[in-house]
Design a protein around this ligand. Structure first.
Ligand code: HEM
Length: 420
Protein backbone atom coordinates (compact mmCIF):
# COMPACT_ATOMS: atom_id res chain seq x y z
CA UNK A 1 0.00 0.00 0.00
CA UNK A 2 2.83 2.43 0.82
CA UNK A 3 4.06 2.38 -2.82
CA UNK A 4 0.68 3.62 -3.95
CA UNK A 5 0.42 7.32 -4.88
CA UNK A 6 -1.93 8.52 -2.16
CA UNK A 7 -4.62 10.99 -3.16
CA UNK A 8 -3.89 14.42 -1.65
CA UNK A 9 -7.59 15.30 -1.53
CA UNK A 10 -10.85 13.69 -0.42
CA UNK A 11 -13.28 13.22 -3.26
CA UNK A 12 -15.61 10.68 -1.69
CA UNK A 13 -16.97 12.41 1.40
CA UNK A 14 -20.74 12.90 1.10
CA UNK A 15 -20.37 16.11 3.13
CA UNK A 16 -18.08 17.62 0.52
CA UNK A 17 -20.75 17.32 -2.18
CA UNK A 18 -23.44 18.77 0.05
CA UNK A 19 -21.36 21.96 0.18
CA UNK A 20 -20.48 22.15 -3.51
CA UNK A 21 -18.59 20.37 -6.26
CA UNK A 22 -14.91 19.63 -5.54
CA UNK A 23 -13.79 20.80 -8.99
CA UNK A 24 -10.49 22.13 -7.69
CA UNK A 25 -9.65 18.83 -6.02
CA UNK A 26 -10.41 16.93 -9.24
CA UNK A 27 -8.35 19.38 -11.31
CA UNK A 28 -5.42 18.84 -8.97
CA UNK A 29 -5.75 15.07 -9.22
CA UNK A 30 -5.93 15.18 -13.02
CA UNK A 31 -2.83 17.35 -13.07
CA UNK A 32 -0.71 15.70 -10.38
CA UNK A 33 -2.00 12.20 -9.83
CA UNK A 34 -4.61 11.09 -12.37
CA UNK A 35 -4.67 7.57 -10.97
CA UNK A 36 -4.47 8.09 -7.19
CA UNK A 37 -4.96 5.68 -4.36
CA UNK A 38 -7.77 6.89 -2.12
CA UNK A 39 -8.11 5.55 1.40
CA UNK A 40 -11.65 5.15 2.70
CA UNK A 41 -13.12 5.48 6.15
CA UNK A 42 -14.24 2.40 8.05
CA UNK A 43 -13.55 -1.14 6.86
CA UNK A 44 -13.46 -0.40 3.16
CA UNK A 45 -10.19 -1.20 1.40
CA UNK A 46 -9.80 2.05 -0.53
CA UNK A 47 -9.82 2.55 -4.28
CA UNK A 48 -8.03 3.93 -7.30
CA UNK A 49 -9.53 7.27 -8.26
CA UNK A 50 -9.48 7.61 -12.05
CA UNK A 51 -10.06 11.25 -12.91
CA UNK A 52 -8.91 11.82 -16.51
CA UNK A 53 -11.23 11.44 -19.49
CA UNK A 54 -8.92 9.11 -21.44
CA UNK A 55 -8.42 6.76 -18.49
CA UNK A 56 -12.14 6.61 -17.69
CA UNK A 57 -12.86 5.68 -21.30
CA UNK A 58 -10.12 3.02 -21.28
CA UNK A 59 -11.47 1.45 -18.08
CA UNK A 60 -15.09 1.45 -19.25
CA UNK A 61 -14.22 -0.14 -22.57
CA UNK A 62 -12.14 -2.95 -21.03
CA UNK A 63 -14.87 -4.86 -19.26
CA UNK A 64 -12.77 -8.03 -19.28
CA UNK A 65 -10.17 -6.48 -16.97
CA UNK A 66 -12.49 -4.16 -15.05
CA UNK A 67 -15.51 -6.09 -13.85
CA UNK A 68 -18.82 -4.59 -12.82
CA UNK A 69 -19.95 -7.88 -11.32
CA UNK A 70 -17.20 -8.96 -8.94
CA UNK A 71 -17.80 -6.21 -6.39
CA UNK A 72 -20.67 -4.23 -7.88
CA UNK A 73 -20.56 -0.65 -9.13
CA UNK A 74 -20.81 1.25 -5.85
CA UNK A 75 -18.14 1.98 -3.25
CA UNK A 76 -19.75 -0.58 -0.95
CA UNK A 77 -17.70 -3.76 -1.18
CA UNK A 78 -20.20 -6.37 -2.24
CA UNK A 79 -17.41 -8.85 -2.97
CA UNK A 80 -17.31 -9.37 0.79
CA UNK A 81 -20.99 -10.28 0.91
CA UNK A 82 -21.83 -12.55 -2.05
CA UNK A 83 -25.38 -13.09 -0.77
CA UNK A 84 -26.10 -9.36 -0.90
CA UNK A 85 -24.31 -9.01 -4.21
CA UNK A 86 -26.55 -11.64 -5.80
CA UNK A 87 -29.73 -10.35 -4.18
CA UNK A 88 -29.12 -6.84 -5.51
CA UNK A 89 -27.57 -7.59 -8.89
CA UNK A 90 -29.01 -5.95 -12.02
CA UNK A 91 -27.62 -5.64 -15.54
CA UNK A 92 -25.50 -2.78 -14.23
CA UNK A 93 -23.64 -5.15 -11.91
CA UNK A 94 -23.39 -8.01 -14.40
CA UNK A 95 -20.56 -8.73 -16.86
CA UNK A 96 -21.04 -10.04 -20.39
CA UNK A 97 -22.24 -12.48 -21.63
CA UNK A 98 -25.00 -12.57 -18.99
CA UNK A 99 -25.17 -8.76 -19.14
CA UNK A 100 -25.92 -8.92 -22.87
CA UNK A 101 -28.85 -11.27 -22.24
CA UNK A 102 -30.35 -9.05 -19.54
CA UNK A 103 -29.89 -5.83 -21.49
CA UNK A 104 -31.46 -7.28 -24.64
CA UNK A 105 -34.72 -7.82 -22.79
CA UNK A 106 -35.33 -4.08 -22.71
CA UNK A 107 -32.85 -2.47 -25.08
CA UNK A 108 -35.13 -2.20 -28.10
CA UNK A 109 -37.49 0.04 -26.11
CA UNK A 110 -34.73 2.59 -25.55
CA UNK A 111 -33.09 2.90 -28.97
CA UNK A 112 -33.01 6.31 -30.57
CA UNK A 113 -35.82 5.33 -32.93
CA UNK A 114 -38.07 3.95 -30.16
CA UNK A 115 -37.50 7.04 -28.04
CA UNK A 116 -38.23 9.39 -30.96
CA UNK A 117 -41.78 8.03 -30.89
CA UNK A 118 -42.21 9.51 -27.42
CA UNK A 119 -41.44 13.05 -28.55
CA UNK A 120 -45.06 14.22 -28.53
CA UNK A 121 -45.60 12.74 -25.07
CA UNK A 122 -42.51 14.51 -23.76
CA UNK A 123 -43.66 17.82 -25.22
CA UNK A 124 -47.16 17.42 -23.84
CA UNK A 125 -45.87 16.58 -20.34
CA UNK A 126 -43.28 19.37 -20.30
CA UNK A 127 -45.89 21.90 -21.40
CA UNK A 128 -48.30 20.69 -18.71
CA UNK A 129 -45.65 20.81 -15.99
CA UNK A 130 -44.61 24.32 -16.96
CA UNK A 131 -48.21 25.52 -17.26
CA UNK A 132 -48.80 24.36 -13.69
CA UNK A 133 -45.57 25.95 -12.46
CA UNK A 134 -46.40 29.23 -14.17
CA UNK A 135 -50.04 29.23 -13.10
CA UNK A 136 -50.86 32.59 -11.60
CA UNK A 137 -47.67 34.19 -12.86
CA UNK A 138 -48.07 37.92 -13.34
CA UNK A 139 -45.82 40.38 -15.09
CA UNK A 140 -43.18 39.81 -12.41
CA UNK A 141 -43.05 36.10 -13.24
CA UNK A 142 -43.57 33.05 -11.01
CA UNK A 143 -41.29 32.11 -8.14
CA UNK A 144 -41.02 28.34 -8.06
CA UNK A 145 -38.94 25.72 -6.33
CA UNK A 146 -37.73 24.37 -9.65
CA UNK A 147 -36.65 20.89 -8.48
CA UNK A 148 -40.10 19.88 -7.29
CA UNK A 149 -42.23 22.13 -9.49
CA UNK A 150 -40.56 21.42 -12.84
CA UNK A 151 -37.55 19.12 -12.98
CA UNK A 152 -39.13 16.16 -11.16
CA UNK A 153 -42.21 15.96 -13.33
CA UNK A 154 -40.96 15.20 -16.81
CA UNK A 155 -38.54 12.32 -16.07
CA UNK A 156 -40.97 10.64 -13.67
CA UNK A 157 -43.93 10.82 -16.01
CA UNK A 158 -41.94 9.74 -19.05
CA UNK A 159 -40.35 6.66 -17.50
CA UNK A 160 -43.73 5.79 -15.96
CA UNK A 161 -45.45 5.83 -19.34
CA UNK A 162 -42.69 3.75 -20.90
CA UNK A 163 -42.77 1.20 -18.08
CA UNK A 164 -46.57 1.16 -17.84
CA UNK A 165 -46.87 2.69 -14.35
CA UNK A 166 -50.28 4.42 -14.03
CA UNK A 167 -49.91 8.16 -13.50
CA UNK A 168 -51.75 7.97 -10.17
CA UNK A 169 -49.04 5.71 -8.75
CA UNK A 170 -46.07 7.83 -9.71
CA UNK A 171 -45.87 10.16 -6.71
CA UNK A 172 -45.50 7.39 -4.10
CA UNK A 173 -43.22 5.26 -6.19
CA UNK A 174 -40.84 8.08 -6.90
CA UNK A 175 -40.76 9.26 -3.32
CA UNK A 176 -39.41 5.81 -2.46
CA UNK A 177 -36.89 6.14 -5.29
CA UNK A 178 -35.59 9.37 -3.72
CA UNK A 179 -35.22 7.66 -0.35
CA UNK A 180 -33.23 4.85 -1.96
CA UNK A 181 -30.81 6.79 -4.12
CA UNK A 182 -30.19 9.57 -1.59
CA UNK A 183 -29.40 7.01 1.06
CA UNK A 184 -26.75 9.22 2.67
CA UNK A 185 -28.98 12.26 3.03
CA UNK A 186 -31.05 12.40 6.26
CA UNK A 187 -33.66 14.57 4.51
CA UNK A 188 -34.64 11.56 2.39
CA UNK A 189 -33.18 8.39 3.86
CA UNK A 190 -34.79 6.24 6.54
CA UNK A 191 -31.41 4.65 7.34
CA UNK A 192 -28.56 7.04 6.62
CA UNK A 193 -25.96 4.93 4.87
CA UNK A 194 -22.75 6.15 6.50
CA UNK A 195 -24.21 7.07 9.90
CA UNK A 196 -26.64 4.35 10.98
CA UNK A 197 -26.59 0.58 11.18
CA UNK A 198 -27.84 -0.46 7.76
CA UNK A 199 -26.88 -4.13 8.11
CA UNK A 200 -30.52 -5.20 8.49
CA UNK A 201 -31.04 -3.92 4.92
CA UNK A 202 -27.88 -5.36 3.34
CA UNK A 203 -29.84 -7.50 0.89
CA UNK A 204 -31.70 -4.47 -0.46
CA UNK A 205 -30.40 -2.08 -3.16
CA UNK A 206 -28.51 0.83 -1.59
CA UNK A 207 -29.22 -0.79 1.81
CA UNK A 208 -32.46 1.13 1.78
CA UNK A 209 -35.66 -0.14 3.41
CA UNK A 210 -37.64 1.76 0.76
CA UNK A 211 -36.38 -0.77 -1.82
CA UNK A 212 -38.73 -3.33 -0.29
CA UNK A 213 -41.70 -1.08 -1.05
CA UNK A 214 -40.62 -0.66 -4.65
CA UNK A 215 -40.30 -4.46 -4.93
CA UNK A 216 -43.82 -4.96 -3.55
CA UNK A 217 -45.14 -2.40 -6.01
CA UNK A 218 -43.27 -4.10 -8.89
CA UNK A 219 -44.93 -7.43 -8.10
CA UNK A 220 -48.34 -5.84 -7.88
CA UNK A 221 -47.81 -4.09 -11.24
CA UNK A 222 -46.60 -7.35 -12.81
CA UNK A 223 -49.80 -9.08 -11.67
CA UNK A 224 -51.90 -6.33 -13.21
CA UNK A 225 -49.99 -6.53 -16.51
CA UNK A 226 -50.31 -10.31 -16.57
CA UNK A 227 -54.08 -9.89 -16.47
CA UNK A 228 -54.25 -6.75 -18.62
CA UNK A 229 -51.20 -6.60 -20.89
CA UNK A 230 -50.54 -3.31 -22.65
CA UNK A 231 -47.88 -1.82 -24.90
CA UNK A 232 -45.30 -1.10 -22.22
CA UNK A 233 -42.02 -2.45 -20.86
CA UNK A 234 -43.46 -4.17 -17.80
CA UNK A 235 -46.00 -6.05 -19.95
CA UNK A 236 -43.18 -7.08 -22.25
CA UNK A 237 -41.08 -8.42 -19.38
CA UNK A 238 -44.02 -10.25 -17.85
CA UNK A 239 -44.92 -11.85 -21.19
CA UNK A 240 -41.31 -12.91 -21.84
CA UNK A 241 -41.34 -14.63 -18.45
CA UNK A 242 -37.55 -14.98 -18.37
CA UNK A 243 -36.79 -13.26 -15.08
CA UNK A 244 -37.14 -14.61 -11.57
CA UNK A 245 -39.32 -12.39 -9.33
CA UNK A 246 -36.13 -11.12 -7.68
CA UNK A 247 -34.49 -10.23 -11.01
CA UNK A 248 -37.68 -8.59 -12.18
CA UNK A 249 -37.84 -6.52 -8.98
CA UNK A 250 -34.26 -5.29 -9.22
CA UNK A 251 -34.59 -4.47 -12.93
CA UNK A 252 -37.78 -2.52 -12.27
CA UNK A 253 -36.06 -0.63 -9.46
CA UNK A 254 -33.04 0.11 -11.66
CA UNK A 255 -35.26 1.54 -14.42
CA UNK A 256 -37.34 3.60 -11.99
CA UNK A 257 -34.26 5.11 -10.37
CA UNK A 258 -32.01 5.48 -13.42
CA UNK A 259 -34.86 6.78 -15.55
CA UNK A 260 -35.70 9.53 -13.15
CA UNK A 261 -33.06 10.70 -10.71
CA UNK A 262 -30.24 11.58 -13.08
CA UNK A 263 -32.33 13.30 -15.75
CA UNK A 264 -34.00 15.42 -13.08
CA UNK A 265 -30.63 16.87 -12.19
CA UNK A 266 -29.67 17.42 -15.81
CA UNK A 267 -32.73 19.71 -15.98
CA UNK A 268 -31.88 21.34 -12.64
CA UNK A 269 -28.27 22.07 -13.50
CA UNK A 270 -29.28 23.17 -16.98
CA UNK A 271 -31.80 25.64 -15.55
CA UNK A 272 -29.34 26.92 -12.96
CA UNK A 273 -26.59 27.35 -15.54
CA UNK A 274 -28.94 29.25 -17.87
CA UNK A 275 -30.13 31.45 -15.03
CA UNK A 276 -26.50 32.30 -14.35
CA UNK A 277 -25.70 32.74 -18.05
CA UNK A 278 -28.65 34.57 -19.68
CA UNK A 279 -26.29 35.45 -22.55
CA UNK A 280 -26.03 31.75 -23.44
CA UNK A 281 -29.82 31.39 -23.43
CA UNK A 282 -30.05 34.50 -25.63
CA UNK A 283 -27.46 32.94 -27.95
CA UNK A 284 -29.62 29.83 -28.29
CA UNK A 285 -32.67 31.98 -28.99
CA UNK A 286 -30.97 33.76 -31.84
CA UNK A 287 -29.49 30.53 -33.20
CA UNK A 288 -31.86 27.59 -32.54
CA UNK A 289 -29.67 25.43 -34.79
CA UNK A 290 -27.48 25.14 -31.70
CA UNK A 291 -30.15 23.05 -29.97
CA UNK A 292 -28.49 19.65 -30.47
CA UNK A 293 -25.13 20.99 -29.28
CA UNK A 294 -26.89 22.74 -26.38
CA UNK A 295 -28.44 19.47 -25.19
CA UNK A 296 -25.01 17.83 -25.13
CA UNK A 297 -23.44 20.77 -23.32
CA UNK A 298 -26.15 20.78 -20.65
CA UNK A 299 -25.52 17.06 -20.16
CA UNK A 300 -21.74 17.58 -19.88
CA UNK A 301 -22.03 20.56 -17.61
CA UNK A 302 -24.61 18.86 -15.37
CA UNK A 303 -22.73 15.53 -15.00
CA UNK A 304 -25.52 14.08 -12.83
CA UNK A 305 -23.71 10.80 -12.17
CA UNK A 306 -20.61 11.47 -10.08
CA UNK A 307 -18.91 8.09 -10.16
CA UNK A 308 -19.28 4.37 -10.70
CA UNK A 309 -16.94 1.63 -9.66
CA UNK A 310 -15.28 -1.43 -11.24
CA UNK A 311 -12.99 -4.15 -9.83
CA UNK A 312 -9.75 -5.20 -11.52
CA UNK A 313 -9.83 -8.95 -12.09
CA UNK A 314 -6.17 -9.23 -13.20
CA UNK A 315 -2.96 -7.36 -12.42
CA UNK A 316 -2.91 -4.47 -14.87
CA UNK A 317 -2.06 -0.80 -15.16
CA UNK A 318 -3.94 2.41 -15.79
CA UNK A 319 -1.89 5.23 -17.34
CA UNK A 320 1.27 3.45 -16.20
CA UNK A 321 0.15 3.02 -12.58
CA UNK A 322 0.15 -0.64 -11.51
CA UNK A 323 -3.25 -1.89 -10.37
CA UNK A 324 -3.53 -5.29 -8.68
CA UNK A 325 -6.20 -7.92 -9.21
CA UNK A 326 -8.96 -7.26 -6.67
CA UNK A 327 -8.37 -3.50 -6.45
CA UNK A 328 -11.36 -1.20 -6.59
CA UNK A 329 -11.27 1.26 -9.46
CA UNK A 330 -13.58 4.27 -9.30
CA UNK A 331 -14.16 6.39 -12.40
CA UNK A 332 -15.21 9.98 -11.79
CA UNK A 333 -17.50 11.24 -14.54
CA UNK A 334 -17.70 14.63 -12.87
CA UNK A 335 -13.95 15.00 -13.26
CA UNK A 336 -13.60 13.50 -16.75
CA UNK A 337 -16.31 15.82 -18.10
CA UNK A 338 -14.20 18.80 -17.02
CA UNK A 339 -10.86 17.45 -18.24
CA UNK A 340 -9.14 20.41 -19.84
CA UNK A 341 -7.25 18.06 -22.19
CA UNK A 342 -10.55 17.29 -23.92
CA UNK A 343 -12.81 20.26 -23.14
CA UNK A 344 -11.26 23.70 -23.64
CA UNK A 345 -12.41 26.13 -20.94
CA UNK A 346 -14.33 23.32 -19.22
CA UNK A 347 -15.98 25.37 -16.45
CA UNK A 348 -17.67 27.65 -18.96
CA UNK A 349 -21.09 26.67 -20.28
CA UNK A 350 -20.75 26.88 -24.07
CA UNK A 351 -24.00 25.85 -25.76
CA UNK A 352 -22.23 25.66 -29.10
CA UNK A 353 -19.42 23.40 -27.86
CA UNK A 354 -18.32 21.14 -30.68
CA UNK A 355 -16.87 18.56 -30.46
CA UNK A 356 -18.33 17.55 -27.12
CA UNK A 357 -17.26 14.03 -26.23
CA UNK A 358 -18.73 14.08 -22.74
CA UNK A 359 -18.90 10.92 -20.66
CA UNK A 360 -22.14 11.79 -18.88
CA UNK A 361 -23.58 8.45 -20.03
CA UNK A 362 -20.35 6.50 -19.61
CA UNK A 363 -17.18 6.13 -21.61
CA UNK A 364 -18.48 3.46 -23.98
CA UNK A 365 -18.42 -0.27 -23.37
CA UNK A 366 -21.30 -2.59 -22.54
CA UNK A 367 -22.86 -0.55 -19.73
CA UNK A 368 -23.18 2.69 -21.68
CA UNK A 369 -26.38 4.28 -20.42
CA UNK A 370 -29.48 2.50 -21.71
CA UNK A 371 -31.57 5.65 -21.36
CA UNK A 372 -29.28 8.16 -23.09
CA UNK A 373 -31.76 8.92 -25.89
CA UNK A 374 -34.59 9.35 -23.43
CA UNK A 375 -32.52 11.73 -21.31
CA UNK A 376 -31.52 13.69 -24.43
CA UNK A 377 -35.15 13.97 -25.50
CA UNK A 378 -36.15 15.31 -22.09
CA UNK A 379 -33.38 17.92 -22.00
CA UNK A 380 -34.29 18.90 -25.55
CA UNK A 381 -38.00 19.47 -24.91
CA UNK A 382 -37.11 21.46 -21.81
CA UNK A 383 -34.87 23.76 -23.85
CA UNK A 384 -37.53 23.97 -26.58
CA UNK A 385 -40.09 25.12 -24.02
CA UNK A 386 -37.69 27.74 -22.65
CA UNK A 387 -37.26 29.08 -26.18
CA UNK A 388 -40.94 28.73 -27.18
CA UNK A 389 -42.19 30.62 -24.13
CA UNK A 390 -39.27 33.03 -24.18
CA UNK A 391 -38.74 32.22 -20.51
CA UNK A 392 -36.27 34.21 -18.49
CA UNK A 393 -34.72 32.41 -15.50
CA UNK A 394 -33.39 34.04 -12.36
CA UNK A 395 -32.19 32.54 -9.08
CA UNK A 396 -34.38 33.96 -6.28
CA UNK A 397 -33.30 32.07 -3.16
CA UNK A 398 -30.75 29.71 -1.68
CA UNK A 399 -29.74 26.74 -3.81
CA UNK A 400 -29.12 23.59 -1.74
CA UNK A 401 -27.51 20.30 -2.65
CA UNK A 402 -28.15 16.66 -1.90
CA UNK A 403 -25.69 14.93 0.47
CA UNK A 404 -24.34 12.39 -2.00
CA UNK A 405 -21.01 11.50 -3.58
CA UNK A 406 -22.92 9.43 -6.15
CA UNK A 407 -25.59 11.70 -7.65
CA UNK A 408 -24.81 15.35 -8.35
CA UNK A 409 -28.18 16.48 -7.10
CA UNK A 410 -29.88 19.73 -6.24
CA UNK A 411 -32.36 19.65 -3.39
CA UNK A 412 -33.80 23.15 -3.75
CA UNK A 413 -33.52 25.53 -6.66
CA UNK A 414 -35.66 28.65 -6.17
CA UNK A 415 -36.09 30.28 -9.57
CA UNK A 416 -38.15 33.15 -10.88
CA UNK A 417 -39.56 32.15 -14.27
CA UNK A 418 -40.67 35.11 -16.35
CA UNK A 419 -42.33 34.50 -19.70
CA UNK A 420 -41.27 37.04 -22.33
C1 HEM B 1 -28.99 12.58 -17.69
C2 HEM B 1 -29.51 11.42 -17.36
C3 HEM B 1 -28.71 10.16 -17.20
C4 HEM B 1 -27.43 10.02 -16.81
C5 HEM B 1 -26.43 11.07 -16.41
C6 HEM B 1 -27.15 8.58 -16.82
C7 HEM B 1 -25.91 8.03 -16.53
C8 HEM B 1 -25.62 6.69 -16.64
C9 HEM B 1 -24.31 6.13 -16.47
C10 HEM B 1 -23.07 6.94 -16.15
C11 HEM B 1 -24.41 4.79 -16.62
C12 HEM B 1 -23.29 3.77 -16.49
C13 HEM B 1 -22.41 3.80 -17.71
C14 HEM B 1 -21.26 2.87 -17.65
O1 HEM B 1 -20.96 2.31 -16.59
O2 HEM B 1 -20.64 2.67 -18.69
C15 HEM B 1 -25.79 4.51 -16.88
C16 HEM B 1 -26.30 3.25 -17.05
C17 HEM B 1 -27.65 3.01 -17.14
N1 HEM B 1 -28.66 3.93 -17.31
FE1 HEM B 1 -28.45 5.92 -17.38
N2 HEM B 1 -28.28 7.92 -17.17
C18 HEM B 1 -29.26 8.84 -17.41
C19 HEM B 1 -30.55 8.59 -17.80
C20 HEM B 1 -31.10 7.34 -17.86
C21 HEM B 1 -32.47 7.08 -18.20
C22 HEM B 1 -33.53 8.11 -18.58
C23 HEM B 1 -32.64 5.74 -18.09
C24 HEM B 1 -33.94 5.04 -18.36
C25 HEM B 1 -34.05 3.90 -18.89
C26 HEM B 1 -31.36 5.16 -17.74
C27 HEM B 1 -31.10 3.80 -17.55
C28 HEM B 1 -29.84 3.26 -17.36
C29 HEM B 1 -29.61 1.83 -17.22
C30 HEM B 1 -30.66 0.75 -17.20
C31 HEM B 1 -28.23 1.68 -17.09
C32 HEM B 1 -27.47 0.37 -16.94
C33 HEM B 1 -26.99 -0.06 -18.31
C34 HEM B 1 -26.19 -1.32 -18.33
O3 HEM B 1 -25.64 -1.73 -17.29
O4 HEM B 1 -26.10 -1.95 -19.40
N3 HEM B 1 -30.46 6.16 -17.62
N4 HEM B 1 -26.51 5.68 -16.92
Amino acid sequence: MSAKPLSPVDVCSHDVYEQGLPHEAFARLRREMPVAWHDEPGDNAGFWAVTRWADLVAVHRDHETFSSQVGGTELEELERDPEAREARRTMLETDPPEHTRLRRMVSRNFTRRSIDRWTDDAREIMARVLNEALHGANGAGAEVEFVSAVARGLPILMISRILGVPEGDTAGLFEWADRIIYHADPDYSEAVFDKEDTDPYRLLPFRSPASERVFAYAQQLADTKRRHPADDVVSLLVAADELSPQNFNTLFLLLVIAGNETTRHALNHGALALAERPDELARLRTDPDLLTAAVEEVLRYASPQIHFRRTAVADTEIAGVPVAAGDKVVTWYLSANYDEEVFPDPYTLDLGRDPNRHVTFGGGGPHFCLGSWLARLEVRVFLEELLGRNLHLEVCGEVTRVRSNFINGLKRLPLRLTPG
